[in-house]
Structures are given as C-alpha cells and as structure tokens.
Design a protein around this ligand. Structure first.
Ligand SMILES: Nc1ncnc2c1ncn2[C@@H]1O[C@H](COP(=O)(O)OP(=O)(O)O)[C@@H](O)[C@H]1O
Ligand SMILES: [Mg+2]
Length: 378
C-alpha cells in the first residue's frame, strides 16, 4: 500500500522537507564560522525541521552537534541534566568511554547507568543537588562543549530550540552565566530558536539583558507560495493522484501558507480520495470541516477559558482581520467597548500565544482556530 506522503506534527527530513535552501546555506555557513544566531518565527513555520536538517548536514561535514528542546526541560536542573548527557554522548558511543568522558569533563557529576525497558543501558547524570551546588555544576556543563571541541579538534554546534523558555529558570543568573561562557567559546557555534517573538526580541534587544546583541537575528519566513505549492502538488502526483486546478492554491489560502496546516489538510484530502485518486476543489470545505470537528474539544476548552471580551475580540479579528483593531470604527462596529479594554484583551491574547503581531496586524497563531471561531462561534 502507498503511504500518505503528507507529514505533519513531526520533524520532516530529506524528501519530505521542502525548500529552505537559502536558509540552509546561510545557517550552515554562519554556524561553521562559529557564529551565534537567533532563529525566530511563530510555531508551525518549520523551525525545528530546519534545525534538524541543518544539524544533519553539519554532522556529515564532521562537526559535533547537540539539539536541545527547552520545552522538554521545565527546570534548570533538568536542562543541565539533558545537556550534559547529550554532550557526553555526542563524542563517544561506548558506555565506558561515555562514563570516562563525563568524569573528565564534568568532574562534579556522577554518571548513572540505568537499564531502559527495552534492555538497553542508558547513561544519565544526577542533578538532584542543592541549589547552591547547581550553579557550580551548571558552569561545568556549559563549559563542556568548548573543552570537548578543543580536546577532539572538532567544531561544535549547539541548537537550543524554544530558547525563550530559559526565562522560566532563574532568569538573570542563568542568562548571565551563559553569556559569560558562550562569549569566549571560540570553537562552539550556538543556534537559538524561539517561537515567542516578543520574548526573544526583548532578550536580545534590551540593553539591560544578558543576551543583548549576543548574535545575529534571523527571522524565518513562510516557504514561498510557488515553491511550497509545487512541493505539495508533486506529493500528490508521485502517489498517482490528480488534483483539480486551483486546489493547492485554495489549500494555501485557507491555511495562510502555514506549512503545518497545509500538510495536515493535504493529508486528510489524500485519505479522503484514496479510492478515486482525484482531488476536487469542492472537497476542501467538507474536509476542513472535519478537521475543525476533530479539534473542537480542544478549541472548546480554550474558548471556555477566555473571558467574554477576549472572545469578542477574537470573533472580530477572525471575521474582519486584525489590521485596524484599535480604530474607532472597528471598536464601535464590534461593540468592543473602551479602547483600553481592547488593549488589555490584545495584550493578554498575545501573551497566551493565541494572537501574534505581524507587520502591524494581529493574526491568529493557529489558522484552524481562527477558522473555527469564524465558522462555529459567529
Ligand atoms: N520545509 C518543510 N517542508 C515541508 N513541510 C514542512 C517544512 N517545514 C515545516 N513543515 C510542516 O510543518 C510542521 C511543523 O514543523 P516544525 O518544524 O515542527 O515547525 P516549528 O518548529 O516552527 O513549530 C511539520 O510537521 C511539517 O508538516
Ligand atoms: Mg519547533
């Protein structure tokens, strides 16, 4: 049986990874030169996939790479624990060598060997230490890549995904500690990726913050329409499907070119047409309705958690766009009350990650949620 070629919700690689050639070239060059780069875009644009593909390339070119997702490490201790493990594993494969390396590079840590449920031994390090020791150990861990790189004579590239989450730790101390180390790491390049634009921007553009001007800013855009459209079209045709003219464009219109949402919609369309292998335009609407129905429990929960004014603000933006929301006519027309209330609602909706500001327009970060509000809540 032929597999559905549209992948969403996981990292895409190789044949399943569209375009990003310019970004790949620029980032691999910068990172090979040991630069520090901040890669910023809203969620679902393809940051993680881009990072993973870049690291793969850099490994092929002989560099050490470590990838760390800060969503997976809610505390600083967990962050350090995972970081130390990943650094140690990158240079050695044999258990004894890893342990040896940990003892050498991270003398303050005790390696632990556990047997995983599938019977494979796994190395970890223990970070259940009092806070005052934590910073001592943190320093050891953060210095380890530079030391390792010198010892092995190999460049090192570290990618921190969702880096803005670092602010949940003991913010000032952690950021200062990192800055002080990273700055003299001549052999290590750092890639910081973030999906909360306002948080990342304030980290690097605020003079009083430790990461002020710590690196180059690279905003990631969506994949250009024409390139992504050909990619999607090819996935259909490669699997023996024909698509009606205009369908792909309609998919990209309703998903506003978000690669995640476009792939999801194409995935569903592909499934729906598995017998006929012909995708007609009029299918788009019912398929989208089904997608929204599947998301409804989640969206209802989100909706229920919002105060009335924020809901009304979202309804207004969903139906009319978020370009002039502070104008007198927009506020009047949508019965949004006082200007200050609109300001407050917008600020909170941005903080919650439901809205984002793009070129002076407020947009939904989840286009399906927007569509759901428009269809079901208006
Ligand atoms: N270059 C790409 N080519 C094809 N699909 C992509 C690409 N980048 C992202 N996607 C789609 O978007 C989804 C989310 O991508 P991801 O890398 O997790 O984004 P982010 O990290 O910005 O949230 C992927 O599962 C895939 O469906
Ligand atoms: Mg990501």
């Amino acid at each position: 049986m032929i597999k559905n070629p549209f992948i969403y919700g996981e990292v895409v690689r190789g044949e399943d990874f569209a375009d990003r050639e310019r970004e790949m070239a620029e980032l691999t060059r910068d990172l090979k030169q040991g630069e520090r780069v901040f890669l910023v875009s809203p969620r679902r644009y393809g940051k993680t996939s881009l990072i993973i593909n870049i690291l793969m390339k850099l490994r092929e070119d002989g560099l050490y790479t470590v990838y760390l997702d800060l969503y997976k490490t809610p505390s600083f201790a967990q962050f350090l624990e995972l970081y130390a493990q990943e650094i140690a594993k990158v240079a050695e494969t044999k258990l004894e060598s890893i342990i040896h390396l940990i003892k050498e590079l991270l003398p303050g840590l005790r390696p632990k060997i556990e047997v995983t449920p599938n019977g494979k031994p796994n190395i970890s390090v223990d970070f259940r230490v009092p806070d005052r020791d934590l910073f001592q150990l943190a320093n050891e861990v953060i210095e380890a890549p530079q030391k390792l790189s010198i010892k092995k004579g190999k460049g090192f590239v570290i990618a921190f995904d969702e880096f803005q989450e670092i602010q949940n730790f003991n913010k000032e101390t952690v950021e200062k500690l990192m800055r002080a180390s990273f700055q003299h790491h001549s052999n290590v390049a750092y890639l910081f990726a973030g999906s909360k634009k306002h948080l990342v921007y304030s980290m690097i553009s605020d003079r009083s913050r430790a990461f002020y001007k710590m690196g180059k800013l690279m905003p990631l855009s969506k994949i250009p329409r024409s390139i992504f459209a050909s990619f999607l079209e090819q996935k259909f045709s490669e699997t023996g499907y024909t698509v009606e003219k205009g369908l792909i464009n309609a998919v990209l219109d309703v998903t506003e070119d978000y690669p995640y949402n476009a792939q999801l919609l194409c995935h569903k369309l592909w499934d729906w047409c598995v017998d006929s292998k012909k995708v007609h335009r009029e299918l788009l609407d019912p398929v989208l309705n089904q997608v929204l129905a599947e998301e409804t429990p989640l969206y209802i929960a989100l909706w229920d958690s919002l105060p009335l004014h924020q809901r009304r603000t979202l309804q207004a933006i969903a139906s009319q766009g978020g370009g002039n929301i502070f104008s007198h006519s927009f506020i009047e027309e949508n019965n949004l009350g006082a200007y200050a209330s609109v300001q407050t609602s917008i600020r909170l909706l941005v903080k919650k990650g439901i809205l984002d500001k793009e070129n002076n327009t407020y947009v939904f970060t989840d286009v399906f949620f927007k569509e759901w509000v428009k269809r079901k809540m208006s």
